[in-house]
Write a protein that binds this ligand. Sequence first.
Ligand code: OOB
Length: 542
Amino acid sequence: MLPDTPATPDAPTWPADYAARYRAAGYWRGETFGEMLRTRAEAHPDRVAVTDGDRNWTYAELHDRATRLAAGFAARGIAKGDRVVVQLPNVAEFFEVIFALFRLGALPVFALPAHRETEIRYFCEFTEAVAYVIPDRSGGFDHRDLAAAIRADVPTLREVFVVGEPGVHTALGDVPLDATQCDGPAPSDLAFLQLSGGSTGVPKLIPRTHDDYLYSLWGSNELCHVTADSVYLVTLPAAHNFPLSSPGSLGVLYAGGRVVMCPQPDPATAFPLIERERVTITGVVPPLALVWTESAAGTPYDLSSLEVLLVGGAKFSESAARRVGPALGCTLQQVFGMAEGLVNYTRLDDDPETIVTTQGLPISADDEIRIVDDADMEVSEGESGHLLTRGPYTIRGYWRAPEHNARAFTADGFYRTGDIVRRTPTGHLIVEGRAKDQINRGGEKIAPEEIENIILGHPSVHDVSLVAVPDEFLGERTLAYVILRTGAEPLKPVAVKKFVREKGLAAFKVPDRVEFVTAFPQTGIGKISKKDQRNIATAPQG
Ligand code: OOB
């Protein structure tokens, strides 16, 4: 019998019988990301893999760069299993870095460009990262000072590599060396740690293996009709699971297609790139889909190459979904996915009503779906309930989080997604809502507890509750209800926002609104009723 997926002390993995089944079914092909890039570079060395502005890296060049960077990283002591926090904007070096790390079996920890000191410090400390990769500046922010401060405090963090001007750190361009042989990872080893949107005080880390993630790529490619002729525009931040793998940049590289980096997602940046590069497919969150749909009418740019627009990350309203095809002249594909695994797509040949009214079907016939009530009992067909899932690319547990895992997974390994869904007779899922305490701000996920803990640190604040209020554009925005300490100086909402911002957090987590109250509505058992707070926030005034 084949050896079982090795149990790592850091994260639960698939039991041996499931691993054997997924291999036997052909989902897990025994391939690694390193081999994937090598075989593609051998098969079609001169095809362009990545376009970034005027730079066009062929598959041979990307492979060569990643190999040389891997050798340089190895010479600096980065080894298999080590964690490296990668925080890069949409630049070609993103792929050079992650394929170098994949090659070594070191694990990229995928930070987002918006993350700031609080998040980055936590990622570096919690993962005991040995290195951190940043741009010099991005979006008007200089990442080098932040990196220096974190490096001074986190003892494991030995190196900071900079794309661009390094300042006190090491220029990424100085790292590559002539390649030496190294033992790469096994297909069942971890490939990287992805971030969870989270519903707790600190983000959870999602351990994905080469085997399972590669399956999600080629499985997605089949459903999104990705081939060597596909040109994928990386519109959203490259490290997010959606533009990375649904089918995303990695799916398109798997197929031998071309990936085009888009520095900003607005139509003024994206539309000329679609025309110039003859982009065939891209993925956006609902608010961007709205902006693109509206801008398409008067655009001077030729968008006719665009065949598929994937929309996901948050619920896409039916009325907005109906406008996509006519406005952009492409097929809408809804995607309901999660970094923990399960990804659902509407099929390109689904009837138009299904495409605009549902969030699709799972990738795999072996994605097990259960829709249950509060007592974990299966609801009747067509009823809505909690979505639980288990399958060949859904994790069995978060990284170094045994207590949280006991709550987030059932005893038999189903992931509790926290989403409320119902299933149509064709098996398509419709997302009806959410049971987890998470706010989905246009696809960007916010764990209220994380922000509440920060606001509680303000000396004038007695208590705080962060809730979602509906928003026409973003779907949801945040509202912080604050109770001040008796006798505390009165505060202005802007002071609370400033306090959060100065803690060094991703800007999208700063509360959109702050309201001062003297008490919170309670549930029957004396907990804060966020449901009542949301209702109060949306009730007509007066
Ligand atoms: C994607 O991944 P995450 O990990 O940022 O967020 C996952 C959560 C889901 O559990 C669900 O609550 C929400 O985001 N979500 C949707 C949705 N797509 C994701 N809610 C309603 N409708 C949708 N279409 O967001 C993600 C990962 C891969 C592909 C696409 C999205």
